[in-house]
Design a protein around this ligand. Sequence first.
Ligand code: NAD
Ligand code: UDP
Length: 319
Amino acid sequence: MKGIVRKQVLVTGGAGFLGSHLCERLLGEGHDVLCLDNFYTGTKDNIIHLLDNPHFEVIRHDVTFPLYIEVDEIFNLACPASPIHYQYDPVQTTKTSVHGAINMLGLAKRVGARIMQASTSEVYGDPEMHPQPESYWGNVNPIGIRSCYDEGKRCAEALFFDYWRQHSLEIKVARIFNTYGPRMHPNDGRVVSNFIVQALRGEPITIYGDGSQTRSFCYVDDMVEGFLRLMETPADFTGPVNLGNPGEFTIRELAEKVVEMTGSTSEIVTKPLPQDDPRQRQPDISLAREKLGWEPQVKLEEGLVQTIAYFENLLKQMG
Ligand code: NAD
Ligand code: UDP
């Protein structure tokens, strides 16, 4: 412990990709961590190395139902994040974002906890402004196949700000841009995990559309650092604040990089572009720089080395 007060911290979605890294980091900072998850997309494997730690507790629970516990801080991450998973049961996705936010905000209000929402760059939809600052209201299709996620997250943001205005809750809203790293689910369909797994298996690398659409990829350790810094900001800073890596790449560039770095013999093939797939995405992180003193430290190549090593090991174990 670095001379800090031990807090009781609730991480919803704690057995997921980002949540498991956050739990690990919070334990390292000397806190008691309550990891809540219904294991919809998260797995026990992500947190198995933490289970022996007496300061770590797992709660199997669905955030769409109320929860009565005592905590000092809440990181609300519960929600499937990959398009394949959130489109599998879209009604449940909206419920998770909206009912989940209401329940976690209700909990925060009852116990006087500070609460951070894991929002998303998807609130900007297919943006007409580039890069996207927090002041941009977005271009979201309200009735498309991504709407369960995008509108669910937008509604959650609205709820956070209403609890702040109406009940003076201490809220923090992070708008997370594409994040990658070890413990991404190998079959969740997100681009970084897909390309690496395909390359390592020698299967065709599937570019959707012509591959000219762009994304900006942030390594998980940088993202978790951003979460912690945001939570520690003064009470009058609510966000929303963009967290992501401004380095922007086309999907074709990513595919070529992965092939080169894995030494794969995979060919690159194209498949139809999914509906409402955003054309470009890059965070404007001026606000995060100013208020959090934060910017990503890990370059795409460095992060890919770690992520490729993780998947190599995982695929070996899977046989
Ligand atoms: P993930 O799917 O790995 O983790 C989500 C976790 O939430 C899983 O462990 C899942 O089992 C759990 N969960 C889902 N529904 C639940 C429910 N109803 N009750 C309890 N637990 C539930 O995804 P991730 O990449 O770790 O994303 C974490 C959060 O960050 C999500 O809210 C996501 O929307 C947000 N986010 C992530 C990214 C990214 O690039 N990874 C980008 C933008 C936003
Ligand atoms: N994508 C792709 N091939 C894949 C998976 C994804 O070309 O095998 C594309 C997808 O169409 C999108 C981008 O990569 O343009 C990022 O997709 P992801 O699902 O990772 O995240 P999101 O679209 O939510 O940013």
